[in-house]
Each structure stands twice: as structure tokens, then as C-alpha cells.
Write a protein that binds this ligand. Sequence first.
Ligand code: NAD
Length: 484
Amino acid sequence: MRMWINGVGVDSTSGQVIEVADPATEEVLDTVPAGTPADVERAVAAAKAAFPAWRQTTALERAQMLHQAAARMRDHFDELVRLLTLEEGKPVPENAEEIDWSLNTLDYYAELGRHIRGRVIPSPAAGQLSLVLKEPYGVVGCIVPWNYPILLLLWKMAPALVAGNTVVAKPSSLTPLTTLRMIQVAFDHFPPGVINVVTGRGSEVGDALVTHPDVPVIAFTGSTAVGQHIARLTAGQIKKLHLELGGKDPFVIADDAPLATAVEALSYAALINAGQVCTSTERVYVPRTMLLEFAEALAERVSKLRLGPGIEPTTDVGPMIGDAYRSKVEEHVADALSRGAKVLVGGRRPPHLERGFFYEPTVLVDVDHSMRIMREETFGPTIPIMAYDTFDEAIALANDTEYGLGACLYSHDARKVRRFYEEVRAGTIWINDPLTDNYAGPFGGMKMSGLGRELGEEGLEEFWQTKHVHWDIEGGFKDWWYPY
Ligand code: NAD
């Protein structure tokens, strides 16, 4: 496939390509251009040239273009779901949900962009007008990871566009295919240059985009390490950074939780997309009195999940995205075992699947916070469970992390629920319904999990800069001017 610059498909100036493989079979699906800084230059120049006219379009015109893109994605729904399943690996129902969410994000921001636009505030004196204006920045660089490549791109691109910015997007080199196909089939009615996609490696095109002087905003979703790298690279340029980074989300099971439902909720929260969700449950806290029964029920449930290629209708859990990601999970499990943890189920590559980056859903007990699996982002299908004695201790354990993306609680005790959402430092708190997003609900991290919010009104505000206009309409002499 080809990159998308200034409204047309193009090859890289390097003439080189990157192979994109199916993580379930390790077979090459297609190639994309291996972009270079020169390609970034072309894309940024196109986006910069398109900006003056784009920012003058009306909110209604932009909304109509976004609605049209959503409608065209609906027309190509099955094709996009299939391609996304092949390149990303998660099961078809999860990719159908991703595409459905993505096109609904376009519809949501199309309308929100028509609704919000600055305000008039009281002036300090009569005969004056004070306007608070919301203005686009210019070219927004959108850099996204492989785990939800379409959703995370549109969470940025939709609000950036309705706010009047133009966009240069860089998908992960592991999952660029659905993005390019989506742009071809659903976004080619936008004026040339308004949307551009450059494919390539993060260290080459990513760095070039991040440091480009004509790109004042970087909206990035990815690891905390790369987020820190971007912050360091851009420190001298004072760019607007929007960073959605890693997590180590806790799930606290309260002593009143209905065991069977909590087991189902937890399996989903920890294993959707093979645990490769930024808000995956990565550590679990269960009352000591319930631990044995809970862990056995969970192990029983998890052992019944069917591992296989995402494209097979019988698959519950797909492969991981790549070998390096699987190796990290193996290291975390080995570290935990060496410090006294026990595996109840899983803990290995499935013997019956020779190809693909599969790892069995894994339940561990006897874990503690000295272990990497309880401290670092594992990003795989692991569920380490730790006992607690009091709810105070559960909250302290939930907060014992450098991250603050999401946190889950299962409880019907209103006092516990209130304490949990007040005291746990995380950008999203889920009670009894883990990982459900809401278009109107701002999403993002506290602490090392990031800066800024996506979705909701906050997700649109990120792509506007605020200007205060103070206008004295008559413009007469002021008695506080010189001479004193
Ligand atoms: P990553 O940080 O390795 O890569 C993310 C993107 O950054 C990719 O497009 C990559 O090519 C690009 N990149 C890499 N090096 C770069 C550089 N030097 N300059 C500019 N761009 C560069 O992350 P990943 O492995 O693709 O994704 C997994 C990570 O993403 C996890 O840590 C996960 O928690 C995080 N994530 C966070 C959220 C959130 O909303 N907070 C959502 C999904 C994933």
C-alpha cells in the first residue's frame, strides 16, 4: 500500500518498504513505504499549505465531511474489520467494536464541533467587548500505537479536524494497513493536504515529525518511554504535547462482590486484546478470606478460553503483536516465579500453536509488589492476584504505582465505591463495568500515564488554543495612562 500525502497515494522517497505481518501466522500481509524525514517534510508542507483554507471552513462543512467519512467507513465495515484482524491479531468481535467506535467518534465530534466555540465574558468597563476565542494551532502530528490503531487515531484526528487543524498521522509500523485503507476509502473527499499519513519507523519518521518546526502540536499515544523521549526532544520548542501513555491498572474485588460475575468481569478486563490494552487490568486485589475460592474460579474460567487466530470465529483470545512483546511477558512471569509466585493456569506458549506470537492466558497467585509483574507494564495476558486484609490496604496497593491511567472496583457497597473513586489516583474509575468507554467521557492518565484528555469536550479543547480579545469600542483616553 502507499502513504497518503496531499490527497494522493505516494511511495517513499527512500524507495524502501516495510513488511507488515499477521501476528497469528507470521506471514507477510503487505508492504508499506519506509518513510523518511523527506517524506515527513512533504506531508507537513502539504498540511501547512492546506491549513489557511481549512480553518476558514464552517463548522457545518467540517461536520458534513466527518459524517460522510463515518458513512463511508460503515459501507466498508466488514473489509476494515477483516484487515484490522489480520494485522493486529485480536478477535473479529473486538475489531468490529473498534471500527464501530471509531466511526461513531467521527459522528460525535462532527456535532460537538458545531456546538462549542468560545464565549463572551463580562468586560471590565462599559463600552468594551471581551471575547474568548478558540483557535486551531495549525498542523497536528498524530502518532499512534498498534493495539487500537484506528480508534486511537480517530480520537485525535476527529477533534483536531473539527477544531480547524490539519493533520499528519503516523501509524505504528506494525499496523499501518487498515489506516491507509481507511483513508483511501473514507477520507479522500477532504481537501488535499488536510489529512496526511506517513508510514515508517518511529525513530525516523516519528522523530522528524515530532521535531518539525511547523508542527506545533504532537498528540501521541504509546509507551511512557517514547512519551518521555518526545518530551525531551521538544523541550526547546515549547510544543503542545498531548500524551496518552502506559498504565498498570489495578482491579479491586470488594468483599461484597458477587464472585461469579466478578470473575467474568475480571477475565474480560485483563484478557481483551490478549491483555494489550493500555487500560488492561494488570494487577488484582482480592480479600484474603475470598482468595482461594476466587482464584480457583478464575483459573477455571480462564482455562476454558479458546486461543487462536483472531480471524477464526471460535477464538476468544488472539496472539500478541510480536515476539519482543511476548518475551517481556515471559520475563515478568519468570521473575515472579523466581520470587515465590505460583502459576494456576497458563504461564507458557501454547504447545498446539507453532506459528504466531501466542501466550496462554495466565493466572498467578502469591505475588507481591517486589515483582516486576506488579510494578511494570506487562501488556500481555497475565492476571496476578494478591490478597488484602482491609479496604484501606486495597486502596493503598491500588495507588502504589507510578502510573495512573485507569482503576476498576467490583462492589455494591456505596461507601466503598465512594472511597475508591475519591482516593484512587487514576484518570478513569470503572465500578462494576470495567473498560467501557463513553464518547462524552474524557479519557487519559494521571501521574506517568500522561498529559491531557481524549474524548468528551476536553478532547476537543486539546486541539484549540485560547485567545482573549479585549476591545474598547470607543477607544477614548484612559485616566490611568501617563502622566501619573
Ligand atoms: P510505542 O511507544 O513503542 O510506539 C507508539 C508509536 O510511537 C508508534 O507509532 C511508534 O512508531 C512511535 N514511535 C516510536 N519511537 C518513536 C520516536 N522516537 N519518536 C516518535 N515516535 C516514535 O508503543 P507501542 O508498543 O506501539 O504501544 C504500546 C504502548 O502504548 C503501551 O505502553 C500502552 O500502554 C500504550 N498505550 C496507551 C494508551 C493510552 O491511551 N494511554 C492507549 C493504547 C496504548
